[in-house]
Design a protein around this ligand. Structure first.
Ligand SMILES: [Fe+2]
Length: 252
């Protein structure tokens, strides 16, 4: 009988230790929706308030929620930053790739805009790089606008810093971006990205994407682009800016 009691005690001890281990395990980190850096109406009239609300509160929020849901099925990806996930590109499950891209792309999009007149101008260093790669700021804007208008279906136009130090204008489909190791994508550090999905402009511009692109130039936050360029050139830079670090979420 004493041996039965001993066995029961040991069983209870093991169960108790197990519960302690579960309770002490670090909570899975989850991605969160960053707030807009300005009121939703701040970009009027170039981008209307309702478009900003739906775009941020529903579309971007949806990418974040679906990314967290997709990652909940993949413990092997649990510790990776958003940028580390994107670098995996084609090796990612489609749901992770699409929603990680959607989260990163929109996070950079909000901060790359400012109310008209508030966004500053290209820095001396950035302007020199623009002139070296495109000839002039106007030539860059023309090239970028053409590429953005020509993107078939949904996607993004980008100004990127290539690994060789030159600048280039590129475009990606859907929610892909230049950080992805993906066939057909020119990789580089994104300095400025424009959303040309219809959800970004349809309420205000309907099918007139070219008008949306032309109006968007007055919203570009050059101070932010300057900062991204300086950080990308910094010897201490370990890669693209981490736009959305994971935060502990005890709910997962
Ligand atoms: Fe979007």
């Amino acid at each position: 009988m004493p041996s039965l009691i001993r066995a029961l005690r040991q069983l209870l001890l093991v169960a108790w230790l197990g519960l302690l281990l579960v309770a002490a395990a670090p909570a899975q980190a989850a991605f969160t929706l960053p707030p807009l850096p300005y009121p939703a109406e701040a970009l009027e009239p170039q981008i209307d308030t309702r478009t900003m609300e739906i775009h941020h509160d529903r579309h971007h929020a949806g990418y974040v929620a679906q990314l967290n849901a997709a990652l909940a099925q993949r413990d092997d990806l649990a510790g990776l930053s958003l940028e580390q996930l994107l670098a995996r590109g084609r090796r990612l499950p489609e749901a992770v790739r699409n929603n990680a891209g959607g989260h990163w792309n929109h996070s950079q999009f909000w901060t790359a805009m400012a109310p008209a007149g508030d966004g500053g101008t290209p820095s001396e260093e950035l302007l020199a790089a623009i002139k070296a790669s495109f000839g002039s700021l106007e030539a860059l804007q023309d090239r970028f606008s053409q590429v953005a208008a020509a993107r078939f279906g949904s996607g993004w136009a980008w100004l990127i810093l290539r690994p060789d130090g030159t600048l280039a204008v590129t475009s990606t489909a859907n929610q892909d971006n230049p950080l992805m190791n993906q066939p057909g994508i020119e990789r580089g550090t994104p300095l400025l990205g424009l959303d040309v999905w219809e959800h970004a402009y349809y309420l205000g511009y309907q099918n007139r994407r070219a008008d949306y692109i032309a109006a968007w130039w007055s919203l570009v936050n050059w101070d932010q682009v300057n900062q991204r360029y300086a950080e990308a050139l910094s010897p201490a830079s370990a890669g693209p800016p981490a736009l959305s670090p994971r935060t502990p979420d005890a709910g997962r």
